[in-house]
Design a protein around this ligand. Structure first.
Ligand code: ATP
Ligand code: MG
Length: 569
């Protein structure tokens, strides 16, 4: 399954693994896992974890990476999510082979492990209410208080735990807790809950179980059962590591994986928590999990992102121990860089302005040669029709141009890409609104192909389409989903307050006829306007719909430049 072509940059996790291999720890094996909870679609943050875990497996001889669904909370989980996660991991370019696992497959084993802890006197059934448990826990500065049920005998605990499993009790009446230390400075260690009663059918085990293990209990043991060597997770689990190790030590398991934490990805102008993404979907603030404005993998795919661009992005951001916010411009840079190499160029006009070439014969049509990708001559060329009536971009004309506007204006000459030099001779306006509705121009027949034999220079080259030949299509232009760089940083404010009301603009546009029948999902560059992708949900034979993946403006380069300048001064 080799999908990563270049040697990825080293980071502290790769360093730890290299050292372990040198010391022949774990008999020289490297086994990692990607453990999503199937309670939502994967997002770009998950991609960082996938690239890291699967990447490490690929890089190390004999290394493997498991895909494991952490499906221990049936009330929020669904097969739809399981399927989407598998699809997204595959799309990103990774393959788990036959190593697909579910924590729910271990429920029986986990139950037996819990019983073992009870027998050791290390776990007990607690009958405090959830609220009481919370109160007894204490705070960061004050120790907790022991539950009165902590002194239950092993026999009583075993009996109660069995009856919990048998469905004799209501939700919330009892839980199984580890007996550790209510005064521990680490609040997680204050007798954490291991199993709870939840009479909810599970998407895989159906009604077989009415007690479910907690994340902390299920996770370390699932890792151990699968023989994971390096359990890589995000920083917020650093305080859980003590419990991870405690459980595995108390149960004296054969395999005790090493938990290593890294900083999760945060990205500007978006939210990446599944809880928040669910809110956006369910509240219909977006059209679904795959809305092209969502930073989910399915949203990015629909928007036109390539798996390569996302993998490159994940390499670029690196892996560190400290939280930070990555600039969205870097993600955009990554896709632009990739599409620049592979996306064929075409011409499309987003906001059409009619142009009549007065001296061009009425019924003449010429097929002009246009390069498919100036970056890659191997991509060849195509023909584009030129005729007397064209569309150009409204933005490319100004009646009264300011100093630095070099495009078309009355009396001025510009180049039409791959076609001719034209000069604007007349402006037609709507009598009522004063809006420019049509231009009349003349063309110079000597400039066919876009250069003048007399060496005459023009300052602008415009894209265009022939009105009679163009296809009408829909273009969807996207902006950030949020207006605020970090929509979640105000504690008391609802992040939805910062949604960008202008994040989607829908235009009726004209594209060159070579795009007729463009396949859903296919990508191209509209010259000067950005990279576009045929929407595979809403595009049809009747109407082409294009999503703009990204504009051509490289804001990342600008950000880098300003940073360097700041550095100098
Ligand atoms: P969220 O906070 O979005 O709900 P999660 O951590 O609950 O995410 P899981 O399904 O449990 O989602 O995540 C699966 C794996 O992906 C975990 O190992 C988790 O650490 C990792 N992961 C989740 N979000 C990020 C992120 N933003 N950056 C890097 N890794 C992440
Ligand atoms: Mg989680």
């Amino acid at each position: 399954m080799t999908t990563i072509e270049s040697t990825p940059p080293s980071n502290f996790i790769r360093h730890i693994i290299a050292e372990d291999l040198k010391a022949n720890k774990n008999d020289g094996r490297v086994v990692t896992r990607f453990p999503p909870e199937p309670n939502g679609y994967l997002h770009i943050g998950h991609a960082k974890s996938i690239c890291l875990n699967f990447g490490i497996a690929v890089e190390n001889k004999g290394g493997v990476c498991n895909l494991r669904f952490d499906d221990t909370n049936p009330s929020k989980e669904d097969v739809e999510y399981v399927e989407s996660i598998k699809e997204d991991v595959r799309w990103l370019g990774f393959d788990w082979g036959d190593r697909l696992f579910y924590a729910s497959d271990y429920f029986e084993q986990l139950y037996q492990y819990a019983a073992q802890l009870i027998k050791k006197g290390k776990a007990y059934v607690c009958s405090l209410s959830a609220e009481e448990i919370r109160q007894y826990r204490g705070t960061l500065t004050e120790p907790g208080k022991e539950s009165p049920y902590r002194i239950r005998s092993v026999e009583e605990n075993l009996g109660l735990f069995e009856r919990m499993r048998a469905g004799e009790f209501e939700d919330g009446t009892h839980v199984l807790r580890a007996k550790i230390d209510m005064a521990s400075p680490n609040v997680i260690m204050r007798d954490p809950t291991l199993f709870r009663i939840r009479r909810v059918p599970h998407h895989r085990t159906g009604n077989k179980w009415c007690i479910y293990p907690m994340y902390d209990f299920a996770h370390c043991l699932s890792d151990s059962i699968e023989g994971i060597t390096h359990s890589i997770c995000t920083l917020e689990f650093e305080i859980n590591r003590q419990l991870y190790d405690w459980i595995l030590d108390e149960l004296n398991v054969d395999c005790h994986p090493q938990q290593i934490e890294f900083a999760r990805l945060n990205l500007s102008y978006t939210v990446l928590s599944k809880r928040k993404l669910v809110e956006l979907v369910e509240g219909e603030y977006v059209s679904g999990w795959d809305d092209p404005r969502m930073l989910t993998l399915s949203g990015l795919r629909r928007r036109g992102y390539t798996p390569e661009s996302i993998r490159n992005f994940c390499e670029r951001i690196g892996v560190a121990k400290r939280d930070s916010i990555v600039d969205m411009a870097l993600l955009e840079y990554s896709v632009r860089e990739d599409l620049n190499k592979r996306a064929p160029r075409v011409m499309g006009v987003l906001r059409p302005l009619r142009v009549v070439i007065d001296n061009y014969p009425e019924d003449q049509v010429e097929e002009l040669d246009a390069l498919n990708n100036p970056e890659d001559p191997a991509m060849g060329s195509r023909k584009v029709p030129f005729s007397r009536v064209l569309y150009i971009e409204q933005d490319d004309f100004q009646e009264d141009p300011p100093k630095k506007f070099f495009r078309l204006a009355p009396g001025r000459e510009v180049r039409l890409r791959y076609a001719y030099y034209i000069t604007c001779v007349k402006v037609v306006k709507d009598e009522q609104t004063g809006q420019v509705v049509e231009l009349h121009c003349t063309y110079d027949p000597e400039t066919r192909g876009g250069s003048s034999p007399d060496g005459r220079k023009v300052k602008a080259t415009l894209h265009w389409v022939s009105a009679a030949h163009a296809i009408e299509a829909e273009a969807r232009l996207y902006d950030h989903l949020f207006v605020k760089e970090n929509p979640s940083d105000e504690k008391d404010a609802d992040f939805k307050k910062f949604l960008n009301p202008n994040s989607l603009e829908i235009l009726s546009c004209y594209v060159e006829p070579s795009l007729a029948g463009a396949a859903p999902g296919s990508r191209c560059q509209f010259e000067r306007l950005g990279y576009f992708c045929v929407d595979y949900v809403d595009s049809s034979d009747k109407k082409l719909v294009f999503n703009r993946t990204v504009t051509l403006r490289d804001t990342w380069a600008r950000i880098q430049k300003t940073r360097q300048q700041k550095h100098k001064t």
